[in-house]
Design a binder for this molecule. Structure first.
Ligand code: MAN
Length: 350
């Protein structure tokens, strides 16, 4: 059952609201924002997906090079082209993304009206592992350090990159913290018994699946003791893939995680599960039904329709505001009661 109270202002940001990062490109999608508070404001770190204006008969997209971008253009009728999915194409044995994503900061005094502040940098892909861009950043805060975990895409695969910052102007790159194929990595906002914890989502398609895992680390950079936590469920809304949202929310009953699940028709919904406070590798409970389902026009129709996807939220008492990508094209927000989500959890058998 959908228990989200959507903002009446939705979408709060659309591609037309921001300027492209360089001449020759336009913004195709604004989506999947990380969220955090800093300097008494609410901030979003938005994924901005760009490409050249599309000309009939040709598919063209940018990739990063050592000193700029290169535009690759392919004739739509080329027999070597496979382009059924608007997000990815296959050409002569190699996979490409149809858009190049970077991360952009916007801030707000009221959590609804966001603007781009002056003097803050764009975050672009850097180096070989990020040639196809960086996406879907989660932001965790431990003491005065923000940990950014994002999807780093290149011809070599889809992996998890990390950068840290204290002031959002100077960033330290930690490189790839988890190799391909992996994404949806959310670091916990506090250490547990002296260790860092993170959720992540490897894809093991021949044996296994697209499941949520947990790992621990002594320093936030080197991760080990990986354990499989939450799996896809046959004949359910999350039958094909599941992945963590933002950092788990600490409640009296346990760590509450909002996650996304997709079915075989690529419909993306949200659900929740609960982890033990002292040992988060123990799942205590999970929602049976989705708590948010795409049903508004801006969630059903867009770059990739029937999608609600979150990787950023702000908690204040019982109120949870999730920021989410709608139809892979718009940034939206919705309000939940944390106690209401907790009341929807069913105890796990394991
Ligand atoms: C999937 C989708 C895309 C994304 C790629 C790479 O195809 O989530 O939006 O660009 O993976 O992460």
């Amino acid at each position: 059952m959908d228990i989200a109270i959507r903002f009446v202002e939705n979408p709060i940001l659309a591609p037309k609201d921001l300027e492209a990062s360089r001449p020759g490109l336009e913004i195709a999608c604004l989506l999947n924002p990380g969220a955090f508070t800093f300097d008494n404001k609410t901030w979003l770190l938005i994924r901005v997906a760009e490409r050249p204006t599309q000309i009939a008969g040709t598919i063209s997209f940018p990739v990063l090079t050592n000193d700029g971008i290169e535009i690759i253009a392919i004739n739509e009728n080329d027999p070597d082209l496979q382009a059924e999915d608007p997000r990815i194409i296959r050409y002569k044995g190699a996979d490409y993304l149809t858009t190049l994503s970077h991360l952009r900061l916007v801030c707000s005094d009221d959590g609804v009206n966001f603007y781009q502040p002056e003097d803050y940098p764009l975050l672009q892909g850097e180096g070989e592992a990020e040639r196809y861009g960086i996406e879907d950043c989660r932001v965790a805060q431990i003491d005065d350090t923000y940990y950014l975990t994002y999807t780093a895409v290149s011809q070599n695969g889809v992996a998890v990159g990390m950068r840290t910052t204290k002031d959002w102007k100077n960033f330290e790159s930690k490189g790839l913290i988890i190799p391909p194929h992996n994404k949806d990595c959310a670091v916990f906002d506090e250490k547990i018994n002296g260790k860092f914890y993170a959720l992540h989502r490897p894809s093991s398609v021949d044996l296994g699946g697209n499941y949520i895992w947990i790992a621990e680390s002594p320093d936030g950079t080197h991760w080990g003791n990986h354990k499989c936590l939450v799996k896809t469920r046959e004949n359910n809304w999350d039958s094909k893939r599941v992945g963590a949202g933002a950092a788990p929310i600490k409640t009296k009953r346990g760590w509450l995680e909002i996650y996304h699940g997709a079915n075989s028709k690529h419909q993306y919904c949200l659900g929740a599960f609960l982890m033990d406070l002292e040992d988060p590798s123990k799942v205590l409970a999970q929602t049976d039904s989705a708590i948010m389902v795409p049903n508004e026009g801006y969630e059903l129709d867009g770059f990739f329709g029937e999608v609600v996807f979150t990787n950023g939220h702000i908690v204040s008492g019982d109120e949870l505001i999730i920021y989410y990508g709608a139809a892979d094209e718009f940034v939206c927000a919705a309000r939940f009661s944390i106690n209401e989500i907790l009341s929807k959890l069913e105890s796990s058998q394991t």
